[in-house]
Design a protein around this ligand. Structure first.
Ligand code: SF4
Length: 329
């Protein structure tokens, strides 16, 4: 099945080659989120990390108490504002926090911390409406788990999607059950697939996360996960370098059983191989990682994000390759 979105992504040429990379890729060899936003909305936007004050079934004892092995105390929402503030106040605080570094008129409200559909629908409606009706917010992006999207929640998301675009971020991380058990994700690939199809049927864009560098995964296994997502026709992907952060169970495991982590060169090579397998119209929402520097244990080179991004682009040029080069639906 190839899902068609009703925005202007059909402008993307069918054939993308090194002699004709789309202008709106802005000189990059992949379709970045930045390029998508400028191409689709005509302007740059920044994400405001928000905290809806929810927990996660993988932490509150419903499925488990320790969470995913890599999950930090902030539930992967380490940059979000405190949940004690109202959503409107969080939006204003987050805007103030980035105002000295960036300038833009529209923002993406990003519910990032923990599982952001793990609450009664009436509560979800209240907080999401507060965000989506804010005049400065152009897009609502919600990070959640595939097993926390029942039909009532999807129907709410569909309603919100009529007001402004709603994106759902799902942390798949890997398609391999053995790794999935190791990281304690607590859901199956078929849970993920069912959610993607239900969201697609409601016209909601899906962004999937994959972690590159999980223990005991070979590069081929990582490429299997990426290739699977390429064929699922989702809107976007986050390619996330495995970060080992202080205070996580993964860090304890790493100290007891040190496992190899990517070097920068190896990471650039795996990213190039991933991009080649993805369709050219899939938006690359992340290509490295954003872990808090003060908690980063390994790989330390990933702390210099600008250098990593430059090196990725340089490597793609040297290899004369680009997103979609080997994509075969
Ligand atoms: S699903 Fe997300 S919030 Fe829940 S334990 Fe895993 S990483 Fe943490």
């Amino acid at each position: 099945m190839f899902f068609e979105y009703s925005d202007n992504r059909e402008k993307i040429p069918d054939i993308v080659s090194h002699t004709k990379l789309p202008d709106f890729w802005n000189g990059k060899r992949y379709y970045s989120l930045d390029a998508y936003l400028k191409h689709t909305y005509g302007e740059k936007m920044y994400k405001l990390s928000l905290n809806g004050g929810m927990t996660c079934p993988n932490r509150d004892g419903t499925l488990g108490k320790r969470g995913c092995i890599f999950c930090s105390a902030g539930g992967s929402g380490d940059f979000a504002a405190p949940a004690s503030l109202s959503i409107s106040d969080q939006i204003e605080t987050a805007k103030r926090n980035i105002s000295s570094k960036v300038s833009c008129n529209k923002y993406i409200a990003y519910f990032q911390a923990f599982t952001n559909t793990y609450a009664p629908v009436s509560y979800l409606r209240k907080i999401f409406m507060e965000a989506i009706t804010n005049p400065d917010i152009a897009i609502l992006s919600i990070a959640t788990r595939p097993d926390c999207l029942d039909s009532d929640v999807i129907s709410l998301l569909s309603e919100l999607n009529e007001i402004k675009p709603v994106w759902i971020e799902l942390g798949l991380q890997t398609i391999h059950p053995k790794t999935s058990n190791f990281i304690r994700s607590g859901f199956s690939l078929s849970d993920f697939e069912s959610s993607v199809f239900a969201l697609h049927n409601s016209g909601i864009k899906v962004i999937a996360h994959v972690i590159l560098g999980l223990p005991n995964e070979t590069p081929d296994m990582m490429l299997d996960s990426v290739s699977y997502l390429g064929k699922l026709s989702i809107f976007g992907i986050k390619l996330q370098l495995l970060h080992i952060l202080k205070g996580t169970d993964l860090c304890t495991y790493y100290e007891k059983h040190p496992f190899p982590v990517f070097t920068l060169t190896e990471y650039c090579d795996i990213i190039a191989a991933c991009l080649e397998l993805l369709p050219p119209q899939m938006v690359i929402h992340r290509i490295t990682g954003d872990g808090p520097k003060n908690l980063l244990v390994a790989p330390l080179w990933s702390g210099n994000k600008k250098q990593v991004l430059n090196q990725i682009q340089k490597n793609l040029k040297e290899k004369n390759t680009w997103q979609g080069r080997l994509f075969n639906n």
